[in-house]
Design a protein around this ligand. Structure first.
Ligand SMILES: [Zn+2]
Length: 174
């Protein structure tokens, strides 16, 4: 509580020193929305949505939403017969593939979807072999049905997107 007050005070001082007034509520200002397109994910569209929802339920600084009509998605999702994989062009932007090489071997599809979204959210592979780690990917056993990021992975994503909305809010020159 004391730390929270101190950091609120520090933020207020920073705002005064910077001459910048952010009028939007912190919760709104902090969330960056990334649009993803699951329409090209073939039979995996619903599990792609599931992967997005897994992240949305756990992180606060970024949200994955289905792309509205007429908008360019940040993330495109495809399906093919190769291994699941992600191509990240920049934080929050790129494409990933739901690969049947893994699904046909029995790897848990929601875990694959959440894992590949994890790459778009800034996480690298960490082949620890542990089912508790989302980013351990296929190094965890095929029997692993944990689709959820662990607390460190959640923290890392929130940190990656913290302050990424510096352009949002209201700024007053004075
Ligand atoms: Zn991976």
């Amino acid at each position: 509580m004391v730390l929270r007050r101190l950091s609120a005070l520090a933020a207020a001082v920073a705002l005064l020193l910077g001459g910048v007034l952010v009028a939007a509520s912190p919760a709104q200002a902090a969330v960056r929305v990334l649009y993803y397109d699951a329409s090209t994910a073939q039979e995996f569209a619903s599990v792609v949505h599931q992967g997005a929802q897994i992240w949305n339920a756990r992180v606060t600084n970024v949200r994955l939403d289905p792309v509205p009509a007429g908008r360019t998605p940040n993330i495109r999702v495809y399906a093919d017969n190769g291994w699941p994989r992600a191509y990240v062009t920049s934080l929050g932007n790129g494409r990933w593939y739901m690969g049947r090489e893994a699904t046909s071997q029995g790897y848990y599809q929601p875990r694959i979807a959440a894992h590949e979204f994890g790459h778009l959210l800034g996480l690298p592979d960490r082949r620890t072999g542990l089912c508790g780690d989302l980013m351990s990917g296929s190094s965890a056993p095929v029997s692993c049905t944990n689709p959820n990021p662990n607390s460190a992975e959640i923290r890392q994503v929130d940190a990656a997107f913290a302050g990424s909305l510096a352009t949002a809010g209201t700024y007053v020159w004075r």
